[in-house]
Design a protein around this ligand. Sequence first.
Ligand code: NAP
Ligand code: GDD
Length: 320
Amino acid sequence: MPKRALITGVTGQDGSYLAELLLGEGYEVSGMVRRTSNVNYERVEHIADKIRFVPGDLLDEGSIVAALRDVQPHEVYNLAAQSFVTTSWNQPMFTGEATALGVTRVLEAVRQVDPSIRYYQASSSEMFGKVREVPQDETTPFYPRSPYGVAKVYGHWITINYRESYDLYACSGILFNHESPRRGLEFVTRKVTSSVARIKAGLDRELRLGNLDAKRDWGFAGDYVRAMWLMLQQDVPDDFVVATGETHSVRELCEIAFGRAGLDWTAYVVVDERFLRPAEVDLLVGSPAKAAEKLGWTPTVAFAELVEMMVDADIERLRR
Ligand code: NAP
Ligand code: GDD
């Protein structure tokens, strides 16, 4: 009998890669989708006939319970969230409802419907915020710097609490930034690579960015969803940092992205205060040592390769 998995956030970047991976592993894949005024299944269009879509919203406990009763999954991957850090300052309440309390709603539904379901929580390196040590690993204390980061800290600890209180197989993956050609246009990597394509095509003349000095540990989303799956295949549930171990600045990102299109980034990038954040996370770099040792996980795509893959995909998308 094939294993059944339910993914919340299946229409997002990670949801689409995870659905592909699980289908490849022989799973029956269901995706929880919320009602929107426009159908936005673009990222899973190519596999839509293989996924069962079930209605549900992180803000509505009853809908999550109904989705679990309907699908009867062996594994739940809770990827849904208000995931854009900037928006979390504009909509702190909504971010708390979805990204923090939403986790409890899913865990509570698991506990009530079938406590043998294995649960994955999409935690984040944003929890490290103003970092207490370099590199960050599973034991590094948290110091979140945004309502999003604070909400993720809640989601992380409630996952551990449900594991310890109810003996659930619940894991928290502390994932550092991961990108792909399917990344949302508002995140800095995709903002840069889509802009490079537009400038190259003569459609734009400049790119306005915020803090060019911010440093991130950027990996490829396709690699990171494999770590999520591996976490749920172990004998005992545990929490893992997933990262490349390398850090790069937004400035370096620009240099590689514009360079790929034969352009000099300094001629196009303009610093615009509107994109600065009320509180910044200056530096993230993770240690993937535990994931390597216990899950046998290592990243396969290096930073420059990732940026070039995204630029090429955006140029090709515009050409089409
Ligand atoms: P994403 O592309 O923004 O996707 C978010 C998903 O959540 C979308 O499918 C969205 O649905 C869904 N969603 C939002 N609010 C919802 C609600 N109230 N009810 C049900 N679904 C809702 O995010 P991602 O990059 O794939 O990230 C996946 C998860 O990993 C998120 O929890 C994120 O915070 C976390 N994370 C991401 C990274 C990263 O670098 N990508 C790193 C660490 C952690 P719609 O399509 O309807 O909007
Ligand atoms: N988005 C954006 N837009 N970021 C900019 C810009 C800009 O114009 N200019 C500079 N940056 C800087 C931000 O200030 C930040 O330091 C860095 O680029 C990365 O920003 P994002 O790509 O928006 O990602 P993030 O690091 O804030 O959050 C992402 O990664 C987290 C994991 O650490 C999101 O995917 C989160 O959901 C995820 O948890």
